[in-house]
Design a protein. Sequence first.
Length: 258
Amino acid sequence: ELAAVVEFIHTATLLHDDVVDESTLRRGRETANAAFGNAASVLVGDFLYSRAFQMMVGPNDLRVMEILSDATNTIAEGEVLQLLNMNDPEVDEKSYLRVIRYKTAKLFEASTELGAILAQASDSYREQAAAFGRHIGTAFQLMDDLLDYTADASQMGKNAGDDLREGKPTLPLIYLLENGSTEEQLLVRAAIEQNQDLPDDVFQQILSAVQNSGALDYTQAAAKREVDLALECLKDFPQNESTTALHALCKYSLSRQT
C-alpha cells in the first residue's frame, strides 16, 4: 500500500510538472494536459495527492506520515525553486543540485527510508537506506538531464531538448556556460533568457556545443559519483535478493536510455 502511495505522489508531481512546463509528451504518449487541458491535469494531480495522504495513515505509524508529508513539502519547494531558476543563466551547479535533491531525490529517499522502517531496521540501517535513496535519486535526475541532449523522443518517451527550450539551466548547460567559448556562452545565455520558442538552428548549435564541450562527460561523471556513494551506503547491508536488486538499480541508472 505504501508503494502505491509513493507512486500516487510521483504521478501527481508529473501531472503538475507537465502543466508548469507546458509539456506535450510523457512516456511516449500525449500528456494529460495536452489531451484534456490544464484544469483536468491539475485536479487529477490534486486528487492523487489527497488520496495518497488518505492511504498513508493505513500503517498507523507516525514516522511514515512524517516522512511522506516532509517529502511532499520538499518536492513542492523544489518545484518552486526550479521555477525561480527558469530563464536565469546565473544559476550555478550548487543551486541546480539543490533543486534536483529537493524535487527528485527526496521521493527516492522517502521510499527507501520507508522500506527500512517497515522492516523494523535499526536507526543506522534506516539512515543508510535514506542516504542510498538520496544518492540514487540524484544520479537518476542527472542522467535524465543528460539524456535530454543525447536521446530522441522515441527513446525517452518525451521530447528531446525540452529543458533547453524551456529555458531550464541543467548541468550540461551550466558546464557549457562556465567552460565554453565566449561565443558559446553568449549563445547559451541568450537561449536560457529567451521566453519564446527557440529557433531550430540555434537549438542545433547549442546541442552540438553541449555534445562537443565535455558537458555530457562531466554530467555522467557527476552521476557516477552519486551512484558510488549510493553503493557505499549498501556495504553493511545483508547480501540477499533485495540488495542484489539495489545494486542492479545502481548499474541501470548509469546505462539507461529512457
